[in-house]
Design a protein around this ligand. Structure first.
Ligand code: 8X3
Length: 261
């Protein structure tokens, strides 16, 4: 049987990336601009977001949307405000997400838990719900969730961060069932240790503690995950990468890491 290969052309295609002002989101913006996508870059940090947008504007059409993914009304208003040529989203990269704290369950703060559930879970749902109607009306689109190895297993003191990423894992699987037959692809990429500002945010600005996380081995870089996203969205139409776990070679799982190489 001959399977017709329908590679996704990027001509006039638009990708919307949340958390695009730094880390994996920023690297993804750079990578997708290279691939020829038009970009809608979303974030909360005006200065950083504009800087990314400006640097990519020589390569492709870029539009920025400033909103907090955890603010339901702001999310739907921002997505509804998109006009041509940015209003037909072909690829949604649900990247915005953070860890707040690394504490025993009994010591962790409710504020940290709220932040992780609001951003990592509710934020992802709000953005997806706002983007989906357009994809459904066109019977096409590709949604990529950035999960985590913390969504596949739990580790000491990871409690609610791990729970939030397990929720992303469940949402990814559930959406694939409910959207089956609509023509929309849904998949997740689950990174292990990636050297970004992730640990600095988790440890509330403690740079020394954050740097320790990535010492003694070669961690992934944000560009490694951007590269994976580029791969996933450039498969032929009949191929959907549903779930992809990516770790540094030195990492076997959340608690097994070979340091000293
Ligand atoms: C990032 C990976 O191991 O710090 O989500 O949770 S980990």
């Amino acid at each position: 049987m001959r399977i017709e290969k329908q590679y996704m052309s990027t001509e006039n295609k638009t990708a919307l990336i949340t958390g695009a002002s730094s880390g994996i989101g920023k690297a993804t913006a750079v990578h997708l601009a290279e691939m020829g996508y038009q970009l809608v870059l979303c974030g909360r940090n005006t200065l950083n977001l504009n800087e990314v947008a400006l640097s990519l504007s020589k390569k492709t059409k870029v539009y920025t949307l400033l909103f907090d993914v955890a603010d339901k009304a702001a999310v739907s208003d921002a997505i509804a405000s998109l006009k041509a040529p940015f209003n037909e989203i072909d690829v949604l990269v649900n990247n915005a997400g953070n860890a707040h704290g690394l504490d025993l369950f009994q010591d962790a703060s409710l504020e940290d838990w709220d932040a992780m559930i609001d951003i990592n879970v509710k934020g992802l749902l709000y953005v997806t719900k706002a983007v989906l109607p357009g994809m459904l009306s066109r019977n096409k689109g590709h949604i990529i969730h950035i999960g985590s190895t913390a969504g596949k297993e739990v580790y000491p003191k990871g409690n609610v961060y791990c729970a939030s990423k397990h929720a992303v894992d469940a949402i990814n699987s559930a959406m694939r069932i409910d959207l089956n037959g609509t023509g929309i692809k849904v998949g997740a990429i689950h990174p292990g240790l990636v050297e970004t500002s992730f640990s600095e945010v988790r440890f509330k600005g403690d740079q020394d503690r954050a740097a320790q996380v990535y010492k003694g081995f070669t961690p992934l870089q944000a560009s490694d995950i951007a590269d994976m996203i580029g791969f996933v969205i450039s498969r032929p139409y009949h191929v959907n990468i549903a779930d992809l776990i990516v770790m540094p070679t030195a990492q076997a799982n959340s608690t097994t890491l070979f340091k000293g190489s």
